[in-house]
Structure formats: structure tokens, C-alpha cells
Design a binder for this molecule. Structure first.
Ligand SMILES: Cc1ncc(C[n+]2csc(CCOP(=O)(O)OP(=O)(O)O)c2C)c(N)n1
Length: 367
């Protein structure tokens, strides 16, 4: 009996802007000028904040953090494609998108400096905090999306994670349920080529990460992750699909981690400088700036004005962060459960005693 092909599985790749910033006219999403400039502003703001945080960490004024330089177009393009009623469930390399979603930079600085206040925030903007435990937020994103569906809210969840996260159990469980429940969620893989020092090809034999979608019964697409218009368009289409009740989509945004995994990492131990150089020419900021210039809505003087404005904005946030009131070291105990608990209070007491014993000079205020 002859073999009959019963399924055709295809994965496409979307790119709209070429390296010189020229858009394919048949694919250009035709965004209004104001929105194009808002997108560019957040790409630049994200870069400035990221570079500033690296300097703060290097001078001992902030804790370990994961830089996102080079990956700005993914979270900004995706954030531009959702609205205020939608949820933003990021991992930890979405700083520019978080800023676009109205998250306060001072709070982000506190988070990476290890202050509990950095994690305790209202869900007014519908952004969830950074997640360090890889892929643990995927089932949560699916749960939020499913609850939106049950409540008949017209809201979609945008969920980011790295290429390494697609090898974790939570990814598979999350995607499986999302598809079965037709949850309105858009999964965006920030495929930056590396999971710390593990290269993409060492952790999965899949030719693309987007093809993993097909196993779960949802569409998967690859986009050029350094092309902000391509990311925007792919997410926009997936969001519209989700709003129509047609369920989730998996988007693989191909980008590159130009910087360190975290400030505790030394990438020269495991990757070639030539690879990094090759990607430098594909800088998402450079490419989008050329696009704006080609359209006649950007020039050097506007760039200088923007640089000035952004530098001031970031400097103000840093100043406010550095002038913060000191916080009680036991604040994490306030947030473990909704209400306090005798065992938790006992542990809090032991913790405070240990601090007093080990750091008497700090003069910890137990009040
Ligand atoms: C469950 C879990 N396992 C291991 C780690 C340690 N860890 C931190 S980041 C990282 C790599 C993540 O790679 P990827 O998902 O590609 O995201 P990227 O860091 O490249 O943005 C690992 C293994 C962790 N945080 N959580």
C-alpha cells in the first residue's frame, strides 16, 4: 500500500525591512507616523536604560541583571501590537517593551538591585514581574488567557521567553493546554541564539523553534527579530486571531544577544567575537532609523534631541533610585502569602536575628 501524505507542515519566515531600512511595500503595516516614532523612541529608551544599568552594575550600584541590547525590536514590536486591556507576561529580557507598557524604570532598577519593592507592584498596567525560573510563567500566561476567555473579556496575553525555555516541560504543558482550550495567548520566543553558554543547536534538533507549534495544533511563524515591523505584524496578526477566538500562536523571533547573559557571565569563554560582529550590522535600532530616514521623518537633529531627552529621563530615574529610602530587609516575608502565618513570623524572627548577629554595624531597624 503506497504511503499517503496526510499532513503538510510548513513554517514561513517574515521579514519586512531589509538591512538598509527599505520596507517591502506589500508587507509594510502602514503604521501612522506618530506610532512609528513612539516605537523608535522606545527602542532607543530601552538601549539607553540597558547600557546605564550595565554601568551601574559595574560600579557596584546595582545587582546582577540580564542585558537586552540587540533584542529591543522583539519586545517593542510586540508591545506595540497589543493594547492596554491586554496582558504582558515577560521573562527577563523585555526591558524596552516593559517601558513601552508604562512600567516605571525606578521600580525596574529596584528589582534588579534586589529590593523587594521592585517586585511588589499593582497590576494596573497588566504587566507581570520578571521571571527568573525559566518557562515557569508560561502555564501562568495560559491560565490568565483562559480566565480572560471564561470572563468573556476581549483581552489577549503576550508571553515572552527565550529559546532555552522551549526545552522545558512548562513550555510543552503550557502550549498544549493553550491550544486545547483555545486560550487567547501569543507566545513569543526571543531566540537570541544562546541559553547562557548553550548554543541553540546544542539544545534542540528542531530546524526551527516555530515548528514546535505544529505539534500542539497552533500556527507557528518565524520572524526576523531585528526587524521591528516584522515583529509587530506577526504579533498583530496573532492577536487578531486570538481575539476572534481562534486560539494561540507561536512566534519565533530570531535575534541575537549582543551582550552578556547576565552581568555574572563572560561570553568570550564560549562564543566567537566574529559572530557578534556579524550581528552588529543587523542592529534593530539602526535598521529602523534608516527606515524612518528613508520616509523623511527622521534626521540627525531629531536624533540628537531624542538622545538628550532620553538621557535625562534615564538619569532622573537613576537619581530617584539612588535616593530611595532604605527598606526593611525582611520585606520578602510580607509577600509570601496574602496573610501572615505563625510559622512565617517565626522564620522572620530568626532571619532578623541572624542579620543582627552577622551585620551588627548595619543597625537593622526591626520596627
Ligand atoms: C528552571 C530553571 N533552570 C535553570 C535556570 C538557570 N538559567 C538562568 S537563565 C538560563 C538560560 C535561559 O536561556 P533562554 O531561555 O534561551 O533565555 P535567554 O537567557 O537567552 O534570554 C538558565 C538555564 C533557571 N533560571 N531556571
Amino acid at each position: 500500500m503506497p504511503l499517503k501524505e496526510i499532513q503538510k507542515l510548513g513554517v514561513s519566515r517574515l521579514q519586512i525591512l531589509d538591512d538598509s531600512g527599505v520596507a517591502d511595500p506589500s508587507l509594510d503595516p502602514g503604521l501612522p507616523e506618530e506610532e512609528l516614532l513612539r516605537i523608535y523612541r522606545h527602542l532607543c529608551l530601552g538601549r539607553e536604560a540597558d547600557e546605564r544599568m550595565l554601568k551601574l552594575q559595574r560600579t557596584g550600584r546595582m545587582g546582577t541583571f540580564p542585558p537586552c541590547s540587540g533584542q529591543e525590536a522583539v519586545s517593542v514590536g510586540a508591545a506595540a501590537a497589543i493594547s492596554e486591556k491586554d496582558w504582558f507576561v515577560g521573562a527577563f529580557r523585555e526591558l524596552p517593551g516593559r517601558l513601552m507598557r508604562g512600567q516605571d524604570l525606578v521600580q525596574i532598577l529596584k528589582f534588579w538591585a534586589g529590593y523587594e519593592e521592585g517586585s511588589s507592584y499593582s497590576l494596573k498596567h497588566r504587566n507581570l514581574p520578571d521571571t527568573i525560573v525559566i518557562s515557569s510563567h508560561i502555564p501562568q500566561a495560559v491560565g490568565i488567557a483562559y480566565s480572560m476567555k471564561l470572563r468573556k473579556e476581549d483581552s489577549v496575553v503576550l508571553n515572552f521567553f527565550g529559546d532555552g525555555a522551549t526545552s522545558e516541560g512548562d513550555f510543552h504543558e503550557g502550549l498544549n493546554f493553550a491550544a486545547v482550550w483555545k486560550s487567547p495567548v501569543v507566545f513569543v520566543i526571543q531566540n537570541n541564539g544562546w541559553a547562557i553558554s548553550t548554543g541553540r543547536e546544542k539544545q534542540t534538533a528542531s530546524e526551527t523553534l516555530a515548528q514546535k507549534a505544529l505539534a500542539y495544533g497552533m500556527p507557528g511563524i518565524v520572524v526576523d527579530g531585528n526587524d521591528v515591523l516584522a515583529v509587530y505584524s506577526a504579533v498583530r496578526e496573532a492577536v487578531e486571531r486570538a481575539r476572534r477566538g481562534e486560539g494561540p500562536t507561536l512566534i519565533e523571533a530570531q535575534t541575537y544577544r549582543m551582550s552578556l547573559h547576565t552581568t555574572a557571565d563572560d561570553p568570550t569563554r564560549y562564543r566567537k567575537e566574529e559572530d557578534v560582529e556579524e550581528w552588529r550590522d543587523k542592529d534593530p535600532l539602526k535598521r529602523f532609523r534608516l527606515y524612518l530616514e528613508n520616509r523623511g521623518i527622521w534626521d540627525e537633529s531629531r536624533q540628537e534631541a531624542l538622545n538628550d531627552e532620553i538621557r535625562k529621563e534615564v538619569a532622573l530615574a537613576v537619581e530617584s533610585f539612588e535616593n530611595r529610602e532604605s527598606v526593611r530587609p525582611d520585606t520578602p516575608f510580607d509577600h509570601v502569602l496574602e496573610n501572615s502565618h505563625p510559622e512565617l513570623e517565626r522564620q522572620r524572627e530568626i532571619f532578623l536575628q541572624n542579620i543582627s548577629r552577622n551585620f551588627p554595624a548595619e543597625g537593622v531597624d526591626h520596627a
